[in-house]
Design a protein around this ligand. Sequence first.
Ligand SMILES: C[S@@+](CC[C@H](N)C(=O)[O-])C[C@H]1O[C@@H](n2cnc3c(N)ncnc32)[C@H](O)[C@@H]1O
Length: 196
Amino acid sequence: MSQAEGWAAYYEKLRGRPPRRTLLAALDAFGETPADALAIDLGCGDGRDIIEILRRGWSVVAVDAEPEALRQLAARELPGTITPIAARLEEVPLPLGVQLVNSSFAMPLCEPERFHELWTRIREELPVGGRFSGQWYGPRDNWADRPGITFLERNQAMALLDGLEIEMFEEEEADSVTPRGNPKHWHIFHIVARKR
Ligand SMILES: C[S@@+](CC[C@H](N)C(=O)[O-])C[C@H]1O[C@@H](n2cnc3c(N)ncnc32)[C@H](O)[C@@H]1O
């Protein structure tokens, strides 16, 4: 199965699942939707989180490297405006005025040499009061031997968040199965952080 077919099968399996709780926590933490609310979803897939972001009155830049993700997203009934960008998330400039950077289960999939540069850009370009929500992967995840993915020790993750207001930092370790039915040990950090 090609990578594109693999992701298409993933979207199919997860279709209709609710938005990620990191995203919900970030949106809730904003309280009232800010004026000119603009979010970017890095590695948006077929829009699991985007529908909720739009529902809350935000505009969204939807980024995914898989054209199939954006095709499926465009085919959904969208309660608002999206700007789709088919590109690698580490290469997309953050839009001016972005207040929420969401990346659910996607940011660690960028080129590992670019992970820290991307994170620095997110930190620098978010305005005061802006938020990041998403997941990073820990070293006991059983994909940790796969190339092309970034894994962070807990203290490395905390160091990257230093200076931000941490609104959620939950470490999850669990034996479960992947959406494609393979057994897996997950080691994940669920993060919501606000720029002071
Ligand atoms: C595990 S899925 C998560 C999708 C969605 N965010 C969610 O929570 O259901 C990861 C998504 O990131 C995309 N992706 C992986 N690496 C990427 C990269 N370097 N740039 C852009 N998208 C990427 C994949 O195509 C896929 O749609």
